[in-house]
Design a protein around this ligand. Structure first.
Ligand code: NAP
Length: 249
């Protein structure tokens, strides 16, 4: 496999499963040194062993832990060229009488956690764009089809992912002139643990809606992320929408 990312350092959040795990593997296979952050330390340790990476146990909804995850990446791996802001939760269901804790969790992980990581990482990404051998750095935010289309039953998830899209575009305008590329990845249905955290009746509704549609694999999204971060310095892929072929909505 070509080692286009040799000499770079990447931090992938939410890398204990699903898209984050596949992305960490894919970036490491291209030669990047990879730090991986999430709460489940056992899963991170296993992955870190496979990729000779840095496991960072962190609840990214806590500002200090998010800042420490970025700080330790730079201290221990020497720099930061790529941040993949992937950690997220999707707790669906009607707005009326929704458990507020579910909304609080989505706002905390999908928005606050992503913002803390971006804020802590940006000075290092700007530095990498200035003095790194690639002379460019990447901030990749993981949104969703739900960040483009609002649907009944996913109001607050829609809110968080539309927010990620708006923030990414504003930030892109701010830092692209300094060669930090801000990219938004918008997956459709991917076979991961994401929907398993929903209440049983909601899981049932999700299962019915998606039926036996052939879902994307986490690797398919990792492929898109690798494509984005391995473009020549002059090319910024701002937005990538990837649906399963059979997904009509
Ligand atoms: N699967 C899909 O169909 C789909 C579609 C569109 C977009 N997405 C987006 O893709 C991203 C990854 O999701 P996935 O599908 O790969 O699901 P997943 O397997 O459930 O992964 C979610 C990751 O987020 C981490 N996470 C959750 N809360 C956290 C917290 N407080 N602090 C740190 N890490 C936390 C989890 O790790 P710990 O539990 O170990 O902390 C896990 O590694 C999410 O942003 C999701 O919205 C997924």
């Amino acid at each position: 496999m070509p080692e286009e990312l040799a000499g770079t350092v990447a931090l992938v959040t939410g890398a204990s499963s699903g898209i984050g795990e596949a992305t960490a593997l894919a970036l490491a296979a291209r030669g990047a040194s990879v730090a991986i952050a999430a709460r489940r330390k056992d899963r991170l340790d296993e992955l870190a062993q496979q990729i000779d990476g840095l496991a960072l146990e962190a609840d990214l909804t806590k500002r200090q832990q998010a800042e420490e995850a970025v700080g330790r990446t730079v201290e221990e791996l020497g720099r930061l060229d790529i941040l993949v802001n992937n950690a997220g939760v999707m707790l669906l269901g009607p707005v009326v009488e929704a458990p507020l804790e579910e909304w609080e969790q989505m706002l905390s992980v999908n928005l606050a956690g992503l913002l803390y990581c971006a804020h802590a990482a940006l000075p290092h990404l700007l530095q990498a764009a200035e003095d790194g051998s690639r002379e460019v750095a990447d901030l990749v935010n993981i949104s969703s089809v739900a960040g483009r289309v609002a649907r009944l039953g996913s109001g607050v998830y829609n809110l968080t992912k539309h927010g990620v899209g708006a923030f990414s575009e504003s930030l892109r305008q701010e830092v692209t002139g300094r060669h930090v590329r801000v990219s938004l990845i918008e997956p459709g249905a991917v076979e991961t643990e994401l929907s398993s955290h929903n209440r049983p009746e909601i899981r049932e509704q999700i299962a019915q809606r998606f039926g036996d549609l052939e879902r994307l694999q986490a690797q398919d999204i990792a492929d898109a992320i690798v494509y984005v971060v391995t473009r020549p310095r002059r090319v910024a892929i701002n937005e990538v929408l990837v649906r399963p072929t059979e997904q009509t909505f």
